[in-house]
Ligand binder design. Structure first.
Ligand code: GDP
Length: 297
């Protein structure tokens, strides 16, 4: 494993929280992610978010930022956890007010708790005639999750992901949670972070979305991720703008790796391509040995 030296407290600056939306199918994960992505125009940012790259960063009216993992559901969350990466800082657990806390919701809650990731509850579809948000609060209380407005410690917000009602308030609550976490990073060092998704693009070669957790990633850096490596040829943000660098909590697409690493693989920067190649080869050999061992037994 590649170890990175610890940061000095004085070098640390605040970074945006990284948020995952989890919940039962049809409870509104995609609608919420779409609403937040589309309304980011409020912040007056030039260029809308034009492409799905697995994560996006929004700027609120007051200038604060939140990074969302754009793959709804907890598959990505668990896949990453299985690889030992903790990408998410905060989980939004979304529950439809005309339904109840479903088994998948319970699973999502269990995952967040196991990972020690703070949760903010979003009670969705509040616009529907059959909505009964207090029933959801009751369900949660039964699970020992007493929400704030009932005197508990869990933040909870009624929303309509469809109309946007309550979404600003939900973002405020997410940011409040983030403040308590005191999320910091050192932008003045070599980047480290995680692969969010990666694939082979016919025109561009291997394309990987990465999320920088610490340091700053630059075009020209030599990246190693899982069993693959390469020099970063170009980077693009979620607005399809070419960028030269990516700071902590900023997701970017990178071009130049010689393969597609798995979601949740961590990435590091190497001094030379030779060094990166050696590590990649070693990891590939380890993988081959491991798969040989599993086929034998
Ligand atoms: P997901 O499976 O959790 O990603 O859920 P979706 O976002 O795909 O939503 C499932 C369905 O519920 C879709 O038909 C949405 O249009 C609808 N929906 C989502 N949010 C709301 C809401 O706040 N109000 C209403 N009335 N419908 C909603």
């Amino acid at each position: 494993a590649i170890t990175e030296e610890a940061d000095d407290e004085v070098d640390l600056v605040e970074r945006a929280p990284i948020v995952t939306v989890m919940g039962h199918v049809d409870h509104g994960k995609t609608s919420l992610l779409d609403y937040v992505r589309n309304t980011n125009v409020i912040a007056g940012e030039a260029g809308g978010i034009t492409q799905h790259i697995g994560a996006y960063n929004v700027k609120l009216a007051d200038g604060r930022r939140i990074t969302f993992l754009d793959t709804p559901g907890h598959e990505a969350f668990t896949a990453m956890r299985a690889r030992g990466t903790q990408v998410t800082d905060i989980a939004i657990i979304i529950i439809a007010a005309d339904d109840s806390v479903m088994p998948t919701t319970k699973e999502a809650i269990a995952h967040a708790q196991a990972a020690n990731v703070p949760m903010v509850f979003a009670i969705n579809k509040i616009d529907k005639p059959g909505a009964n948000p207090d029933k959801i609060r009751e369900d949660l209380a039964q699970m020992n999750l007493l929400v704030e407005d009932w005197g508990g410690k869990y933040q909870c917000q009624e929303i309509s992901a469809k109309s946007g009602l309550g979404v600003d308030e939900l973002m405020e609550k997410v940011l409040l949670e983030a403040e308590m976490l005191e999320l910091k990073a050192n932008p003045n060092r070599k980047a480290t972070g995680s692969i969010i998704e990666a694939s082979l693009d016919k025109g561009r070669g291997f394309v990987s979305t990465v999320l920088v957790s610490n340091g700053t990633l630059h075009v020209g850096d030599i990246v190693i991720a899982g069993t693959y490596y390469g020099r970063v040829k170009a980077m693009f943000n979620e607005r399809n703008q070419r960028v030269q660098q990516a700071a902590p909590s900023e997701p970017v697409i990178i071009l130049g790796l010689n393969g597609a690493p798995s979601a949740g693989d961590s990435f590091h920067i190497m001094e030379t391509e030779q060094e990166a190649r050696e590590i990649a080869n070693k990891r590939q050999q380890l993988q081959r040995e491991q798969s040989l061992r599993t086929t034998k037994t």
